[in-house]
Each structure stands twice: as structure tokens, then as C-alpha cells.
Design a protein. Structure first.
Length: 83
């Protein structure tokens, strides 16, 4: 299905990355569900899967919060707290 944009709910699990002493028993969240777009494309002989977050899905729309913004911030801080 080259050229068709599909929406996907993707879950990112970080337990393999969170081994530091800051993460032991602190209740740091390690799974994050994000809404991503995907488009398959072919560039010459190379098949590609393009993944991205829609601008509205990251920043939200006027008067509405986004589906991904807080999850990305939480994921960032979880990684920052890990050693």
C-alpha cells in the first residue's frame, strides 16, 4: 500500500533502559502509548517506512490538548531519571 497514510497506536516500553538506582522502586512509568502516522514509500530500489507524529497530535489544537504531548514529556523525564 505505497503512498497511503495509516494511523497507528504504538506502545513504547522502556524497562530495558531503566536500570539505574534512580529507577528502583520510584514508580517511574516505563510504557507510553503514542499515536503515529505511517506511510510506506519506495525511493528507487529502497522501500521505506516513514513514521511521524501529526503536528496537531504533538501540540494540540486551539482549545484542545494533544494526545501525545504529555506522554512524550513523561517519556523524556523517565529517560532523564535513568542512569
Amino acid at each position: 500500500m505505497s503512498g497511503v497514510i495509516n494511523n497507528h497506536a504504538i506502545e513504547i516500553n522502556l524497562p530495558d533502559f531503566l536500570h539505574g538506582s534512580n529507577c528502583d522502586g520510584t514508580g517511574i512509568r516505563t510504557n507510553f502509548k503514542l499515536e503515529l502516522c505511517r506511510k510506506q514509500a519506495v525511493l528507487g530500489p529502497l522501500p521505506l517506512d516513514q513514521w511521524w507524529i501529526r503536528k496537531q497530535g504533538l501540540y494540540g489544537e486551539r482549545g484542545k490538548d494533544s494526545a501525545n504531548r504529555q506522554k512524550i514529556v513523561d517519556c523524556f523525564w523517565a529517560l532523564c531519571l535513568a542512569e
